[in-house]
Design a protein around this ligand. Sequence first.
Ligand code: PFF
Length: 461
Amino acid sequence: EPTAPSTGSKREHWSGQTAFILAAIGSAVGLGNIWRFPGEAYDNGGGAFMIPYLVALITAGIPILFLENAIGHRFRGSAPLAFRRISRRAEGVGWWHVAICFVIGLYYTVIIAWALSYFFFSFDLAWAGDPAGFFNDEFLQLGEVGVGLDFVPGVLIPLAAIWAVAIVVLALGVAHGVEKLNVIGIPLLVATFGVLVVRALMLDGAAQGVEALFTPDFSALTNPDVWIAAYGQVFFSLSLAYGVMLTYASYRERRSNLTGPALVVAFGNSSFSLLAGLGVFATLGFLAAREGVAVADLEGIAGVQLSFVTFPAVIAQMPGGQWFGALFFASLVIAGLTSLISVLQSVSSALQDKFGWTPRRGALTVGLTSATLSMLLFGTTTALYVLDVVDQWANQVGIVVGAVAMIAATLWFGRRGRELARHLTVLSSVKVGRVWLVVVNAVAVLLLYMLVDTTVRLATE
Ligand code: PFF
């Protein structure tokens, strides 16, 4: 058994259950809720999407969240160490998760940096009447250069700032850094975002926007792609198969209720997604009414376009738009930071467990390496292109591989299924048993199917 100093009885821990719950919600609630969920729901059946979404949540999201909680808590380690304790040959599964986190950290930071710049731009509506031109040409300087290595100072400076914050938070450790960030950040996020949504719902045209989002198209239910989108959304949104929830669970006290808090996290995360759906589509409804078009005719209703082109356009046309903009981009920054920290902690924790490093050394190593790489890759004019490709492969193929490998290593080859089921039951408020095991096995089969489907699609695109 590898026993590095930080993994024994002295393993860091959260100050309590609430702190853990807030940190896990912090990881789950991120850009995926604000700019991914509403667009996915709209594109995949609107109101009818709630059916595959709930099915995915119940049949895969919650069971896998339980699994990660059980593994991290039972084997008391970051992903590589926990899997190594299951079987020497499984350590690689953990490093796979860590590698994906490392990659995601590189570009998640960039988006937070953009949002930070836009927070400041909001106050004087820097993009004036041309948000798209401002974003592409002035801000990212994509203009004539296209793909190249020209550094863009407007992006580099906020990027450096975000990395500095991340390194400090990680270096302070689980209880003093990660936990503090979330205990302050999550309530603050709920407050800022709540105000934003209420304001959005009072805009002219809000009702049409919300109606466009929730009008059900039941024919979508027979389309397998809609179901794949639902499972993909649930995995990404609950930060599953990244080793992140597993790592967070490894910092819980030995005697912990595992299933109850996991359910709170899942419920909180989905509630935030719904709230975001309301807010985003109410705002889009306002824009459509302004422009005299139907919501269906709007472009840029998700992702980078939504946040950095469409929203700025709305903000410029809205009374008090500056404040709306500031609240929106502040929300993105907070939601993003708390997710970012979880991904980086997963990497740092793995290195601490492997080499017996202190949190500080882990933070500096991960932070400085990633900061340099992310500035080289994304502080330059190649940004948008790299972002897209990396995002698709890491999030659509990488994590499905990671999820299947995790299940295979614990339940199929490691044969730890019953032990984990028992572990989940002993101290937990919500008891799971055989059914849970059957469901997790079934999920793995489903994921294998998704994997083939997505790989073929991405490779032929
Ligand atoms: N769950 C986050 C979101 O929905 O934005 C994204 C994320 C965070 C994914 C952390 C993976 C992760 F490890």
